[in-house]
Design a protein. Structure first.
Length: 279
């Protein structure tokens, strides 16, 4: 019996020693991995500061993969995305940002990730007449930021960028609308100008859009509709040159009183001094 108890005791002791040894090895390995991860991150930062953003992104990705459960992992993923963005590799940056948002949805920096993603689409806008894709994506993301993160600097900048996007979209509608007018395709033209009035009322193109509607409806003999848009133009933009143009639609001999006021030319400073010497 004593031999049996002694044997059990020895087995338990050896088992505990074995477990303790494995735990120590595990801790040592984890420490080694953490150190490797920090080294990769530092290499990434050095490469980024030296302007080698592709190598920097590679090292940031490496750091994330080495220790994905650490606090450094989301930071590394975000730095990889920013590295690409900083040198106009927008496609790669978009891929990294989408992966970041999917992998780390509760990270405190998700608002920044969303904003950077919107900026990537915004910066990809080259020729809005040929490709509206980046512009539409940027619009969606900026609207999301304004609604999701109001009263933040991100929302403030997003609103500014959104206003610029609306100007671009309104200019496109105006361009197409005028094209339809030249072709005397009145209904498509009306639809384009109405879209500006209804969807982009804060842009600089809304005054001209209202005037174009006045012209078209008058030409079609729909005087009530023509007067309706002339009234809108006059009520909101009475000092606009487009209001004067619309007024002339109904009164062909109308002259804008502002054009009758001619300012006396004073000339520049040197000319005035020279004339003074001759007097």
């Amino acid at each position: 019996m004593k031999i049996f108890i002694r044997t059990i005791f020895i087995i338990l002791t050896l088992f505990l020693i074995s477990c303790s040894g494995k735990e120590k090895v595990s801790i040592i390995k984890e420490k080694d991995i953490e150190l490797q991860m920090i080294d990769s991150y530092r290499e990434g930062m050095k490469a980024f500061n030296d302007g080698d953003v592709l190598f920097a992104a590679q090292k940031f990705n490496e750091a994330e993969l080495l220790y994905p459960q650490s606090d450094w992992a989301p930071r590394s993923a975000l730095m990889a995305a920013y590295s690409y963005y900083s040198q106009d590799y927008y496609g790669d940056a978009i891929y990294e940002l989408k992966r970041f948002l999917k992998t780390y949805p509760y990270d405190p920096r998700v608002d920044y990730a969303h904003f950077l993603l919107a900026m990537c689409h915004y910066e990809k806008i080259v020729d809005e007449k040929k490709d509206l894709g980046p512009l539409v994506e940027a619009e969606k993301k900026f609207i999301f930021i304004i609604e999701k993160y109001p009263n933040t600097d991100f929302a403030l900048d997003a609103q500014f960028k959104l206003d610029l996007i609306y100007d671009i979209l309104a200019s496109k509608e105006m361009y197409i609308g005028k094209h339809y007018v030249k072709k005397e395709k009145w209904i498509p033209a009306i639809n384009r100008f109405k879209k500006i009035v209804n969807d982009y009322e804060t842009t600089i193109y809304v005054e001209e859009a209202l005037h174009r509607l006045v012209e078209i409806y008058y030409k079609l003999g729909l005087l009530d509709q023509s007067k309706k848009y002339a009234s809108l133009l006059g009520y909101n933009y009475q000092s606009s040159e487009w209001y004067a143009e619309s007024y002339r639609v109904f009164n062909i001999n109308y002259e804008d009183p502002r054009k009758k006021i001619k300012k006396k030319k004073k000339g520049n400073f040197i000319t005035r001094k020279f004339k003074a010497l001759l007097e």
